[in-house]
Design a protein around this ligand. Structure first.
Ligand code: XMP
Length: 597
């Protein structure tokens, strides 16, 4: 059946399964609390990393019988420590905590370390470490600060690695995972076609003759899910509903309708629920409050549509195009922290999930895999490769405020930060609003700093990193485009109103058109346009461009776009009535997230 990854809450746990699938072996993530019977078909088990210590009272619960199973096992980081702890060795707090690059001294190039050189670069992130081996194990490798960085029991085929072979910075990490796969004997016959078959079977099994009602936003994920469900269950057991929530891009709803019609399926309904969504978010400014209100309204509109269409809710399950990354960032895997609640992970949906009433055919996949699946299912290439757009849409890109500056205790921070920026020849101001970020596997909600003056990407990157590393209350840095412009930094009141959304829609359309025209669509993975209620006259607003590049969305770099593009969009945006200043986000993820909310 392949390899099962037991998720102990590491932010990179899902990467392990993605990597194993790249080796053409089927891999799925499961809870460490799984019953032994549910894992019986697996050819090998991988225990992921996680943020806990094995001695923590709140360490992730797991089923100890799993570790007694007669199967090849590979423990990574926390998984390595847990294997050791459970099998009779010793785990203690390390003298030196290791984060980042480390050099592995390979003592025995065998088992999962077969074929490696004596010295290999690996990626570490740990505090505790293994100090005594369990009986029957031998040391395979060490680093300078970690004498038991790899251990193994050749006969039982159990291995533990203190580092993370799943991240690309561990240079020969794929070779190590490949070695593990080889010793499990798992068949290397996994292909996307097989995944489609497997998923269609899973959907048929879960639905047990019932039907699926799916919200289709028009993005890659929900479109792929819609096609897959149509193929698995047939057109009369699937109904797609596109809700225009008023937070869509310019012309989006018409485009979705046309694309779905072109793909040959007629079972898509469209409702315009703009008024309802604007009403439910009226007066809200806190990002999580906005996200929750929108997520719940999606369900209310869905329920109303069920009534209007006279569909029996007992017969119709909810379908979603959730990917694995949505689940983990919402803290929705058992052991991970909440970064932001994705619209498909609000409380009501969690309840439906617990009752088995949600069908999520892509829930094990990454964006790159969902796209591959889309191509295989015959979605048009340009739809498959469109930039992702979040479910709550422009609502999380139009920052809201009651107009009261939120700067308690910020004066001394700003004074220090100004000195740092001055070293780089730039002026700095801390903005009187906040945005969401992610640091050390946890959510932050802190201030952006705006820097201005003549500069270059290298300087801005260094300054941004120095500021966010040194000031806990600054989690984002933006650069004022136009070195002679003045940053508009006075906060004004602004909520999710039709006017502001129209303004943002207009600017977003300008940016997307310019990206296309300058041939930058592929280079940039995504470019949110953010509307911030900052102004010098209390009337106009400002705009932030947030172009990033990333493979997996868990980490991202800000894009360094050419000057001609910047000059072009700045000029066009400033020509829009109501926009006063244009900024460019120069923050990586972490410490920033892609979206501001
Ligand atoms: P963040 O802001 O968490 O974004 O760094 C990572 C990716 O997720 C997208 N995103 C969402 N997608 N529903 C979605 O379907 C959501 O609620 C949501 N929030 C963020 C974001 O656009 C980026 O691609």
């Amino acid at each position: 059946m392949g390899i099962i990854v037991l998720d102990f809450g590491g932010q990179y746990a899902h990467l392990i399964a993605n990597r194993i699938r790249r080796l053409h072996v089927f891999a799925e993530i499961r809870s460490p609390n799984s019953a032994v019977a549910d894992l019986a078909d697996a050819e090998g088990l991988i225990l992921s990393g996680g943020p806990s210590s094995v001695y923590d009272a709140d360490a992730p619960a797991y089923n100890p019988e799993i570790l007694e199973m007669d199967k090849p096992m590979l423990g990574l980081c926390y998984g390595h420590q847990l294997l050791c702890h459970r099998l009779g060795g010793q785990v203690e707090p390390g003298n030196a905590h290791e984060f980042g690059a480390a050099y592995l001294q390979v003592k025995e190039a065998k088992g999962v370390l077969a074929g490696l050189d004596e010295r290999e670069m690996v990626w570490m992130s740990h505090r505790d470490q293994v100090t005594a081996l369990p009986p029957g194990f031998e040391i395979l490798a060490a680093t300078e600060d970690c004498p038991i960085a790899a251990m193994g029991h050749a006969e039982r085929k159990i291995y533990g690695l203190q580092f993370h072979p799943e991240v690309t910075h561990s240079v020969r990490g794929m070779q190590m995972l490949d070695n593990f796969v080889a010793l499990t004997g798992a068949a290397r016959d996994w292909t996307m076609e097989q995944y489609i078959e497997h998923t269609m079977d899973r959907v048929r099994e879960q639905t047990k003759g019932r039907k699926v009602f799916l919200l289709v936003s028009g993005g890659v994920d929900s479109s792929v899910a819609f096609l897959l469900l149509n193929n698995a269950l047939g057109e009369d057991r699937v109904l797609g509903l596109h809700i225009d929530n008023g937070f869509m891009r310019k012309g989006e709803t018409a485009l979705v309708e046309r694309l779905m019609k072109d793909s040959g399926f007629a079972n898509l309904q469209v409702v315009d629920a703009t008024d309802e969504f604007l009403k439910i978010t009226e007066g809200l400014s806190e990002p999580e409050a906005k996200r929750l209100a929108i997520g719940e309204e999606f369900l209310r509109v869905r329920d109303r549509a069920l009534v209007d269409l006279q569909l029996d809710p007992e017969e119709w399950l909810l379908g979603q195009g959730t990917l694995y990354t949505d689940t983990i960032e919402s803290g929705g895997t058992e052991n991970a922290a909440l970064i932001k609640t994705h619209h498909n992970r609000v409380g009501v949906i969690e309840e439906l999930l617990a009752e088995g009433k949600v069908v999520e055919p892509l829930d094990q996949l990454y964006k790159d895999e969902a796209r591959e699946l889309g191509e295989k299912l015959g979605l048009p290439h340009h739809l498959v490769w469109r930039h992702p757009f979040p479910g709550p849409g422009l609502a999380v890109r139009a920052l809201c405020s009651d107009g009261k500056a939120d700067m308690d205790g910020m004066a001394p921070v700003e004074a220090e930060a100004v000195k740092v920026a001055a070293k780089y020849g730039l002026a700095l101001e801390v903005l009187p609003l906040r945005s969401v970020g992610v640091q050390g596997d946890s959510r932050t909600y802190a201030h952006p700093a705006v820097v201005s003056g003549k500069s270059d990407w290298e300087t801005l990157e260094a300054l941004s990193t120095e500021l966010t590393n040194n000031f806990a209350s600054i989690n984002r840095v933006i650069y004022l485009l136009g070195s002679d412009d003045r940053p508009a930094q006075k906060l004004k009141a602004g909520y999710l109103t039709r006017d502001r959304l129209d303004l943002l829609r207009e600017v977003d359309a300008i940016n997307m058109e310019a990206l296309e025209r300058h041939g930058l669509m592929q280079e940039v993975t995504q470019m949110p346009t953010v509307l911030v209620p900052l102004s010098s006259d209390g009337v106009q607003e400002s705009v932030v461009l947030r172009p990033i590049s990333t493979d997996d969305f868990m980490t991202a770099r800000f894009s360094q776009l050419p000057q001609e593009f910047l000059d072009d969009v700045r000029e066009r945006i400033l020509a829009v009535e109501g926009i006063e200043a244009v900024f460019y986000d120069v923050t990586h993820k972490p410490p920033g997230t892609v979206e501001w909310e």
